[in-house]
Design a protein around this ligand. Sequence first.
Ligand SMILES: [Zn+2]
Length: 374
Amino acid sequence: MSMKINRERLLDTFTKLVSIDSPSYGEREMCAELKARLLALGLSVEEDDTAKVSGSNCGNLIAKLPGTLDIPPVMYSCHMDTVAPAFGKRAIIHEDGLITSAGDTILGADDLAGVSGILEALQVIIEEDIPHGPIEIVFTTGEEVYGKGVNALDMSKIKAKDAYVFDLTGQTGHAARKAPTIISIRIEVKGKAAHAGFAPEQGIHAIRIASGAIAKLQFGHVDEETTANIGTIAGGAATNIVPESCVVTGEVRGYNHEKALAQTEHIIETFRREAKAAGTEIIAESEVCIKAYEIDLNSRAVQRFCKACEEMGVEPDLCETFGGSDLNVFANRGMDGLVVASAMEQCHSCKEYTTVDELCRMTQMVLTLMTMDE
Ligand SMILES: [Zn+2]
């Protein structure tokens, strides 16, 4: 069997998708383009009605292709949104095969390389009539803003129990089966304003309380699987006023969900004690942005990925990631899966790039996974 990827067509698809503006919450045009392409390939396509909940101007796309092989369905997923600076993106294909943006925007290989690979693999399967299992495609909105689209997704629409989320840096063969909980924190210390020269004793110094708490806390790697950070601090109104308010924001992430929650509580409690000692209080908010998961090495999703690597002659490189993806939600709702390398490097920067070779290899990986007979 030839299973030949059309390299020019793949590059055309990637270039076209990159040229479409698709910021988080503004994926409408991308959604329309992908819907048209999936319909043209003969898949059944549904745009769900999650826009109201996710805050995006369109829904997630769910497409299905019945299998010709009698095996359990498998889901392939990417996100439709791209990070800033996201407007006016252009893919520039250099002579040596490097693909970059024009330098003033991100490229959008995150995650349009994966999207292009899935579309090309589907086209090859259909054109060449290659046997394949039942395929489910999910293209989400708002992944870059903590999975707004996937969080709103009705999982009863998905029949597959195994997911491949193409949304990871690294070479083909690389995949992540473990990701952390990420919790964002916002704490406001309530002080009391007073003139700093005439009556400082009448004030309560919000910045001093915040800095007292910060000085008592440990940041960075607080244990072998948890990190903590205060990332911003803002407060005060003028040089001659005792600051009335100080707001800090930060995050905790860790592979152990309970420990991450406990660390968050420890940070908030430290601020609360410091405020109490100064006769005041805090307003604290924390939000679990994504929840940790770990996929079993013996699961079908991992086993067939390793087999696909073997077929392609690449070494499977299973790792942990310390970032989130849509798989955090899929895995916490009962699916097994991997986040798979998707031909993107230096993401979330204007230096983001991919290469023609890696795009083709990644597409070959999609094709190999889709056409396995188990
Ligand atoms: Zn991504």
